[in-house]
Each structure stands twice: as C-alpha cells, then as structure tokens.
Design a protein around this ligand. Structure first.
Ligand SMILES: [Zn+2]
Length: 342
C-alpha cells in the first residue's frame, strides 16, 4: 500500500479529498481492531493457488519417471530444491543410504522465531513407480506429485510469515522402496534429539473418484487428525473419514508417537467415503496422469494442510498492525493541523 502524498498538500485540500483522507485514516486506525478478528492463518490459506498447485503437479509429471534409480529422480530433486530456493527458503539435500548406495531427500527450512529448536515437518514423497515399466514411465501424477505439489504450495504461502517453531518442508525419496527416505530421517532426528513435535504427510490427494463425494481420509495421532479435521470444516467443503491409528504405507509412519516419543504424525489421502484410502485405478500404472485428477479437490486439501501447519507452528501476527496504527495517528495529527478553513 502506498500513500498518496497529495492528500496532505494544502493546495489540494478540497472537501472530497479531506473526506477521502479521513475515511482512509479511519480505516488505518481501525486496522488493529480488524486484526483482532482476522487470523493470519486466513491470510496464509488465502494465498493457496490452484493455478500454482496445478503447475507443480504438471512439472513433476513431465519428468516421465521419478523412479529412484533414474535421472528423472535426480532431476525432480533438483527441481524441488530450486523451487524452494526460489521462495527464498534455505534448502539442502538430506543424504541417506539404502542397500549400500547413497540417495537424497530434499528439505527446505523456515526457522522459528520463538522456539527454533521445536520442529514441525510437512512432507510428501517425490519418487514414483509403476508395476510395468518404472524406469521409463512412471508419471505418478496422483502418486505422489499431488502431495509434493501441496508441500511446495504450502511453502510458497507461508514464506513471509513468522512462526514460533521451525517448519521443515520435505520431499522424501524412496518411499516406493519401503519408506526409506522418511525412515532414515526419522531415525536421524530421533538419535540426535531433534524436537520433532509433529509431522504431516500428504500422499495421493488429487483423485476423489467418480461418486461426486469429495472425501479425504485423515489418519494418525489424534491431536493432528483432529487439528486437520477442524481446518477441513473451517476452510473446505470436503467430507472426511477419520482414523486414529498409525497406518503403514507412507512417510508419516516412522514419525508416529509410537515410534518416536515426543513426536506425532498424521497423513491425508484421497478416499471414497465407504472405502479404504487410495481407490485410484491408475495407482502405480503408466496412466497415473493429470488427466484423471481433480485440482480443486487437491487444492482444498492443501488449504486444510497449510492452516493446520500454521496453527501448529504458531503463526506470529504481523508487526505491520502496530506500524499502521502509529502511522494512522501521525497522519491524522498532520492532516488536522494542515486543514484550512473553507
Ligand atoms: Zn505414494
């Protein structure tokens, strides 16, 4: 917002301009009052863009395959790293070994302002596979470009806001080989005493099916499942199926409180209301492409996720509230002083 300096010029103090200035100043002075009712989380959720989200899914699909042994996997890692970096985040590769070979997750960090030692993780697996031809064709649009794009879009929306705790945005590798990347990081964090207080995982979130129901399945530690459920109600028109157990099958698993004391984890996945998660017929097929996805549905799940993450990490209200209050007061004083009799 920029101020029109002509508002304060004595030469232009005609009556409509005075009225405009006073309305503007009143608006400024009321900002702190308005801020009491508008959560910064609303602002973060409002930044989530279906267009940007869709672009990330398409870009990840375009690597043809992100299977762990391929150049496509390395190129996708670099794409994710560069995208996080483009948001202004610190980003690095996180090395781990599997079967004697070295691989990387990718992680971007938004340091906490009040308790930087406390960490919340949001993650998704960036690798893909197919039953028939994983080294040549594994577009993995739903599994799991859809989850990785959610993590990228959450990062984009949260940059520029301050949080009490540190947030780490992860692209996990080798999930399709048995949760290898997330298992390695959870073990490392646990061994080093990192205070991972919560981990949210997104895996296959863009195929609601043909029933017309837009249902999301939320499972894991009750505190996180219930937090997501609250934001699902507040920010989306989705329906949910809730489950409070630690289901194997994706990257939240080793961050669950039963494996990692002090931590907690939960995940979101597409689901028909009456079915188990993941009813996508293209699962691990070369046909898992954007043609079958519902981006509005996936964007809603992303909104639910970012609101939950922002709440957990403790978003700090913007200092601009105080600044605007002081500036508004100052301008009111100057304006009153400079007003000529008509
Ligand atoms: Zn998956």
């Amino acid at each position: 917002m920029s101020l029109n300096s002509s508002c304060l010029s004595k030469n232009y103090f005609s009556k409509p301009r005075v009225q405009f200035c006073f309305i503007f100043l009143l608006w400024m002075l009321l900002l702190p009052v308005r801020s009491l009712f508008a959560s910064p989380i609303d602002g973060i959720v409002g930044k989530i863009s279906q267009t940007d989200y869709t672009g990330y899914v398409e870009d990840l699909q375009d690597f043809q395959t992100r299977y762990y042994t391929t150049q496509g996997n390395l190129d996708a890692l670099k794409y994710i790293r560069d995208t996080f970096f483009g948001f202004g985040l610190d980003v690095s590769y996180d090395l781990f070994t599997y079967n004697g070979n070295s691989y990387n997750n990718v992680v971007a960090t938004l340091p906490g302002k009040t308790h930087p030692e406390q960490v919340y993780i949001v993650g998704a697996h960036m690798d893909s596979t197919t039953f028939s031809n994983p080294t040549a064709s594994a577009p993995g649009a739903d599994d799991n470009a859809s989850g990785m794009a959610a993590v990228l879009e959450m990062a984009r929306a949260m940059v520029g806001y301050a949080f009490d705790a540190t947030i780490k945005f992860f692209g996990f590798n080798l999930e399709e080989q048995g949760l290898r990347g997330s298992q390695a990081y959870a073990a490392k964090a646990k061994a080093s005493g990192e205070q991972v207080l919560g981990m949210l995982n997104f895996d296959m979130i863009a195929y609601p099916g043909n029933s017309g129901a837009k249902n999301v399945f939320l499972a894991g530690d009750p505190n996180l499942v219930n937090a997501m459920e609250g934001n699902r109600l507040k920010y989306t028109n989705l329906t949910t199926t809730l489950n409070y157990s630690n289901l194997y099958g994706s990257d939240h698993y080793y961050f669950h409180s039963s494996f990692f004391p002090g931590s907690s984890s939960a995940f979101a996945i597409e689901a028909a209301p009456s079915s188990i998660p993941s009813h996508n017929p293209n699962y691990h097929q070369t046909t898992d492409t954007t043609a079958y996805l519902d981006f509005a549905y996936a964007t809603d799940i992303t909104r639910m996720g970012v609101a939950t993450l922002a709440g957990l990490a403790g978003v700090i209200p913007e200092p601009s509230t105080l600044f605007c209050f002081l500036l508004g007061g100052l301008l009111l004083m100057v304006g009153s002083h400079g007003k000529k009799p008509q």
